[in-house]
Design a protein around this ligand. Structure first.
Ligand code: HBI
Ligand code: FE
Length: 290
């Protein structure tokens, strides 16, 4: 999430130097749990046949269908057995260096608060539904779990090179809004899509957005929007391939090469793209007209 205005410059009172806080599971109200159950029921009905096999398996392995907001300790115990990851609570967005350090050490930071009833379909800060329902199932996949570790390590290096915006785009177009080609067809693995009712349909079925084969350099040049559905989605062939390019690429020369190239607009199609859908961009055009 790139809502930089929400990032505080030091841990709030009660948080550790790593910005973690107790989840305080006992403090959730019956209404909080009911909000989770409502969001869960809506998405669980929609996602079979749409979400990646890996995400669906994660939901099952981690027993996320148990009613109510998950207890992070219980969840971490299951996740630890699967891939060595843990879920830790934070009050909201944390600084990039803190975020990357957690990922590099197999700790996924999750907001401990849940959205209000008037925010069911959109909120800016990552809450427990987005973070746990959206992200955590993928962490039960050993290959994806390793990818996120590699990403965290790459993030710490990108901060040194001053190339954070490039690497943030990689996160955005994979972890948050990625699609994958599976035997049955295109599937969703991005957390921003699986945690959104509207985008779970739009990303796969709508003729508006571009769907383009994933290419690391291409993605790192591409702008993104945080205020509405994406205008382009990038499609990976497999999680193995995503992990492989991330681990095998030497990022320093890549960043240097990118510095000489212009950024690409959210709806661009360029030479060399493997175009699965050349989007009509009708949705975005209609939203602009209001
Ligand atoms: N903090 N809690 C939280 N969640 C995020 O996804 C997050 C963050 N801080 C920084 C950050 N993401 C970015 O660095 C990534 O989007 C690249
Ligand atoms: Fe997220």
């Amino acid at each position: 999430m790139n809502a930089d205005t929400h990032v505080l410059d030091r841990p709030p009172a009660g948080a550790g130097v790593d910005w973690t806080i107790p989840q305080d599971w006992a403090a959730y109200t019956p209404e909080d749990h009911a909000t989770w159950d409502l969001l869960f029921a809506r998405q669980a009905a929609l996602l079979p046949g749409r979400a990646s096999e890996s995400w669906l398996r994660g939901l099952d392995v981690l027993k996320l269908s148990k009613p109510g907001i998950p207890d992070f300790d219980e969840l971490s115990e299951r996740l630890m057995k699967a891939t060595g990851w843990q879920v830790v609570a934070v009050p909201g967005l944390v600084p990039d260096a803190v975020f990357f350090d957690h990922l590099a050490n197999r700790r996924f930071v999750a907001g401990n608060f849940i959205r209000r009833r008037d925010q069911l379909d959109y909120l800016q800060e990552p809450d427990v539904f987005h973070d746990v329902f959206g992200h955590v199932p993928m962490l039960a996949d050993p290959v994806f779990a390793d990818y996120l570790v590699a990403y965290g390590q790459g993030g710490l290096r990108a901060l040194e090179y001053g190339s954070l915006n490039r690497l943030a785009r990689l996160y955005w177009y994979t972890v948050e809004f990625g699609l994958v080609e599976e035997a049955g067809g295109l599937r969703i693995y991005g957390s921003g899509i699986v945690s959104s009712r509207g985008e779970s349909i739009f990303a796969l079925d709508d003729p508006s957005p571009n769907r383009i084969g994933f290419d690391l350099k291409r993605v790192m040049r591409t702008e993104y929007r945080i205020d509405d559905y994406q205008q382009s989605y990038f499609v990976i062939p497999s999680f193995e391939e995503l992990l492989r390019v991330t681990v095998e690429t030497d990022f320093a020369p890549l960043y240097a090469a990118l510095d000489g190239l212009p950024d690409l607009a959210v709806d661009a199609i360029v030479d060399g793209d493997r175009v699965l859908t050349h989007g009509s961009q009708t949705y975005a055009a209609e939203r602009r007209r209001g």
